[in-house]
Design a protein around this ligand. Structure first.
Ligand code: BES
Ligand code: MN
Ligand code: ZN
Length: 502
């Protein structure tokens, strides 16, 4: 939508667009009205279309009488329901209009309205910056000569409210990290192979100072990554495990105390999921390039962590990357796999592949990383889409402290999680007549929970762990709010918030 978005201290001379806010059913408040001496804004705010609804934008033209050439009055919704998060959508509505009128900048003066609603400038600015930044995502790398190039402007935003402007800067940075995840997700499977994903992770590491190690070939055997080796073996695009590590600078990570152990973030990164020999049917394969979105979001989060969040503890990211394909070398239903923690798995369905590669990462983390906690993100089941739609991410976490942290972080990012149960009965459902467990119970019961129950066999007792099934929320079909149809980078901002709040 824009070529770039920058927060500047002072608006450039050519930039004479003023943005004011208006609550539902109310005129412009006096302090906002004073910012346009011509009176045009106050008059416009009384027009019938000036509802103050979130998403509404009304224009006023001071005609040379005021400091601004054009005033946008953006709707802030009901004053008693207002909170900073509303501003993501407000900013998006503003951004769409600014792009429509080919603006190169705007001065955002929501201060008076924020004061009325008692919302602090920094949080408001952060949500606003996220909204504009997310709206600004462009991925036209895969367009060709038959597409018309869209003309885009460089957008400069400023505000006289210092903390609002600083908040906007932060919001933009988190949006950029989210947009990295979205661009990776959008990349097609003939480009985004496991080796390509490893290159992208290496680029990120170079840019941000993260440590990186990519396990491939013989390394996978040595590390006993049984799931990755088997799921990935049918494809000529060979699997890998990517390990990234953030280490606090200066004195490094504390050796003792609360922050001594690392947070471990794990992402399912299936560059394509055909279902394997249990092949996906009836066009169920379309869109499975996005089966890597858990890993894409973990990479986005690591960018934010390394560049702006800079938490006190170490953070380890593990991306289990493979292509679930078919060939005579494919793993099969009936195969029995022996994982590095000794648990054996009878494969009943090669389309339940995500849990097999995540099992490797969970086992590895428990054995080698001494985690403070582990969070995995995965497009794991179609069942979670049936259960929760695209409104809530399915959350499985039996540790109250970790769950609380995640719920609070989601509150700040505007992402939503809904807890699903994980009792012993579900673990029983996974028992196999041949091996220890099956990767999928052939009955149709509780698929999302089966996924979580399976994973629990690979988590050591006492390690706090959360599984997030993002299959319903990782992408959107609508152009709405700050998103356009496509990937949303679900969880990037949540993870950044979580590590910041600790
Ligand atoms: N990647 C899919 C899950 C998925 C479905 C993600 C739809 C996004 C949208 C996963 O690997 C899968 O195939 N799951 C199966 C599991 C079943 C075979 C136990 C499913 O959900 O049908
Ligand atoms: Mn699958
Ligand atoms: Zn999958």
């Amino acid at each position: 939508m824009f070529e770039s978005i920058r927060i500047v201290a002072r608006a450039g001379a050519g930039n004479r667009i003023l943005v004011l806010g208006q609550f539902q059913g109310q005129g412009l408040d006096p302090a906002s009205a004073r910012l346009d001496a011509s009176g045009a804004a106050a008059a416009a705010a009384k027009r019938a279309e000036a509802t103050g609804d979130v998403g509404s934008v009304v224009e006023a033209f001071p005609n040379g009488k005021g400091a601004a050439e054009r005033v946008l009055i953006v709707g802030l919704g009901a004053r008693d329901k207002f909170e900073a998060g509303v501003l993501r959508n407000v900013a998006a509505a503003m951004g769409r209009r600014l792009a429509g009128v080919k603006a190169e900048g705007a001065v955002i003066e929501l201060g008076p309205a924020l004061k009325l609603a008692k919302v602090d400038g920094w949080s408001a600015g952060a949500a606003f910056g996220e909204g504009v930044g997310l709206l600004g995502w462009v991925c036209d790398e895969f367009r060709g000569t038959a597409a018309k190039a869209e003309s885009r402007r460089k957008l400069q935003l400023s505000s006289s409210d210092r903390s609002f402007a600083e908040g906007m800067e932060r919001g933009l940075t988190l949006a950029e990290a989210t947009n990295l995840a979205r661009t990776l997700s959008q990349s097609p499977p003939n480009v985004a192979t496991p080796a390509w994903m490893a290159e992208q992770a290496a680029k990120l590491a170079r840019r941000t100072g993260l440590k990186i190690k990519v396990f491939k070939g013989a390394d996978l055997e040595k590390a006993k990554f049984e799931g990755l080796i088997n799921v990935g073996k049918a494809s000529e695009n060979k699997p890998c495990m990517i390990r990234l590590e953030y280490v606090p600078s200066g004195s490094g990570a504390p050796k003792t105390g609360k922050y001594a152990k690392p947070a471990v973030l794990i992402g399912k990164t299936m560059t394509y999921d055909t279902g394997g020999l249990s092949l996906k049917i009836n066009n169920g394969m379309v869109g499975m390039k996005r089966d890597k979105d858990g890993g894409c979001s973990v990479l986005g989060a690591m960018q934010a962590i390394a560049t702006v969040i800079k938490p006190r503890r170490r953070v380890v990211a593990l991306l289990a990357v493979a292509e679930n394909s078919i060939s005579d070398e494919a793993y099969r239903p009936d195969d029995v796999l022996r994982f590095r923690n000794g648990v054996t798995v009878e494969v009943t369905n090669t389309d339940a592949e995500g849990r097999l590669v995540l099992a490797d990462a969970l086992c590895w983390a428990c054995d080698e990383e001494d985690p403070a906690y582990m969070i995995d993100m995965a497009t794991l089941t179609g069942g979670v889409v049936t259960a929760l739609g695209s409104t809530y991410c399915g959350l499985f976490c039996e540790d109250d402290t970790l769950r609380g942290k995640i719920e609070r972080a989601c509150g700040a990012s505007g992402e939503r999680v809904w807890r699903l149960p994980m009792h012993q009965e579900y673990r029983e459902m996974m028992k196999s007549p041949v091996a220890d467990i099956v990767n999928s119970n052939p009955n149709r019961k509780a698929h999302p929970i089966q996924g979580a129950a399976f994973l629990s066999y690979f988590v050591k007792e006492g390690v706090p762990w959360c599984h997030l099934d993002i299959a319903g929320v990782h992408a959107t079909e609508k152009n709405a709010g700050p998103y356009i149809e496509g990937p949303v980078g679900w969880g990037v901002r949540m993870l950044a918030n979580l590590l910041e709040a600790e």
